[in-house]
Design a protein around this ligand. Sequence first.
Ligand code: NI
Length: 176
Amino acid sequence: MSILKIAKLGHPVLLRKGTKIDNFATDSLKRTIYDMSETMIDYNGIGLAAPQVHLSKRIIIFRNPDIEEKEKIQITPLVNPVFKPLGDETEDDWEGCLSIPGMQGLVRRYKKISYYGFDIDGNKIENIAEGLHARVIQHEIDHLDGILYTSRLSDDKAFGFEKEIVEFWKNEQQRK
Ligand code: NI
């Protein structure tokens, strides 16, 4: 396994649409998912999409902090993933991205979604997600379409370096 190099904002691979995976259970697909997992853990992320490691393929991996047991990381890979909003309700929350290190933005996402995709062997996985979990999946699937969270800001001023966001936005909101 290896830790892969992460593409940063400005790299054209992040703006490209990923292609679908047609062949499952292959060594290259397994290796890609293992390497992506190792990379995400090394960078301490909760989600990662293949274009972020310079691969224009429709593969994402994510963690679900809501169901993860303490100190036990559980990673779900999802190939050719698709999501659909359940209802119109949206919520705004702060997001970061390993391709835009050190920065955060306030992003509007659907609160509840259903999603499906395939595991390494091509078995269909279907689920419902809410809150942060739903947010991560929407963020990662966006990467497969070349969309970064910076183009989904709920307020175009609500974007900046982590330290400043904490100081001037998050603390400000708490004081209200
Ligand atoms: Ni991202």
